[in-house]
Write a protein that binds this ligand. Structure first.
Ligand code: SF4
Length: 427
């Protein structure tokens, strides 16, 4: 979502005559888009601010602003901790940017402005300035109505606001006209989407039916809201890819309850069973937190055994870090750091083993690859993703970004499937 928000900001500013540069030396304004989901991300953004303030001091007239989740989380303290920071804007206040930057250019910006209002903003009127490539992101909603006890997103981004179906479809049509073959529908919990009498499965089918669209994926899916209709939609194929990010967070019922996730281990595994039955070959990925307050070795072993049982294609494992103003921040952070690190390593090993199993099972099979570009390491190869989301590398001198090729998997290397193009295959 943060990457999409950066594209929205670039869209707002390019509409007001600003030009994007990737060269810091050429820039007059630097905007840092921050994430506050984990302490590590927060620390990185705060250290970026200090570096950018040093950059600002080297030439008069430079401006540094902070965007994203940290402004509403940290508040006015930001300006005491980082003197010279020109302004900070929460994720739903980006329409104010041109005015703030005009004021800064005119020398009339009072340092310490913090704007944070997320009552109804969806940015439905904006055209993001998208990066070139084969994949475009489209937000179907903003905010979240859940209250997972460790999560600061509802505090930073507010309650859920769904975009109207027609508006989303128009955006997808524009994206296809611009040449993107794939869209990724985004929301903190897309499964709770509801607008104009349409739920998320209905929206997904409508998007998949837009002429010219080759692939559609989505994230993030909250397990408690994943219904049979969405599983049915995933089984229908067409542009809908058999690829699902389904964060479990923990395999222990006791910890799931403390996290306020709203499902049990058995309910999650039941969903996984239905997905494997209805959508053969589906690739599942997940997020998990290790070291949540009170997590015992037995709780952790429940997560480890769940990972083995599901056999994820990929995933992200994080060490618990208390986030300000969340319920879990009030719990005793009682799992020692070295235990968290050890559990993180074990889950990553389990992920690596299940990815290897999945990759090995694909050797000798044909996958459909949407080409993304040349391999950075091997210029005689192109890389792309299969419908399941696996990265595939194949030798080619006649495939270009956006092409779709059939490829037979011959081997694996780390995160990548190594394949050969099957020129006779009909896709
Ligand atoms: S569903 Fe839970 S983890 Fe996800 S954004 Fe909402 S509160 Fe946070």
């Amino acid at each position: 979502m943060n990457k999409y928000d950066s594209e929205l900001v670039a869209g707002i500013l390019s509409g007001h005559g600003y030009r994007l540069t990737r060269e810091r030396g050429d820039a007059d304004i630097i905007l840092i888009n921050s994430c506050g989901v984990r302490l590590h991300a927060e620390n990185r953004a705060l250290s970026d601010i200090d570096q950018m303030l040093a950059w600002k001091r080297r030439r008069a007239g430079r401006v540094v602003g902070l965007l994203g989740c940290l402004p509403p989380l940290i508040g006015e303290d930001l300006f005491e901790r980082h003197p010279g920071l020109d302004f900070a804007l929460g994720p739903d206040s980006y329409h104010r940017l041109p005015d703030l930057l005009n004021a800064a250019a005119a020398g009339g910006l009072k340092s310490g402005i913090l704007i944070d209002d997320h009552s109804h903003e969806t940015y439905g009127d904006l055209v993001p300035l998208r990066e070139t490539g084969v994949r475009a992101w489209v937000a179907v909603s903003r905010g979240c109505d859940n209250s997972c006890s460790y999560c600061m997103v509802p505090l930073a981004r507010g309650g859920v606001r769904n975009r109207p179906v027609d508006e989303i479809i128009r955006e997808v049509e524009t994206i296809i006209a611009e040449g993107y073959p794939e869209v990724v529908l985004l929301g903190q919990n897309v499964n709770a989407y509801a607008a104009d009498g349409t739920g998320f499965a209905g929206l997904l089918r409508k998007v998949a039916a837009v002429p010219g669209l080759k692939r559609v994926r989505f994230m993030t899916s909250h397990p408690k809201d994943l219904d049979d209709d969405l599983i049915e939609a995933l089984s229908e194929g067409g542009a809908i890819c058999p690829d699902l990010h389904l964060p479990v967070q923990s395999g222990s019922d006791r910890i799931l309850e403390a996290m306020n996730r709203g499902y049990t281990r058995a309910a999650y595994l039941n969903l996984v069973g239905k997905l494997h039955d209805k959508v053969p070959g589906i690739a599942l990925s997940t997020d998990a937190i290790v070291g949540f307050p009170g997590e015992t070795e037995a709780d952790f072993n429940d997560t480890l055994s769940l990972f083995d049982e599901v056999g994820y294609a990929s995933g992200f494992v994080f060490r618990f870090s208390p986030r300000p103003r969340t319920e879990a921040a009030g719990l005793k952070n009682d799992v020692p750091d070295e235990v968290k690190t050890n559990r993180l390593m074990k889950l990553n090993e389990a992920l690596s083993a299940s990815r290897t199993r999945q990759h090995s099972g694909l050797v000798g099979k044909t996958v459909e690859v949407l080409v993304e570009g040349s391999s950075p390491r091997h210029p005689d190869q192109v890389i792309g993703r299969s419908r399941e989301g696996f990265m595939v590398a194949l030798p080619s001198d006649d495939l270009h970004p956006g092409d779709i090729a059939a490829a037979e998997v011959e081997g694996t290397s780390g995160f990548t499937l190594l394949a050969e193009q099957v020129k006779t295959a009909v896709l």
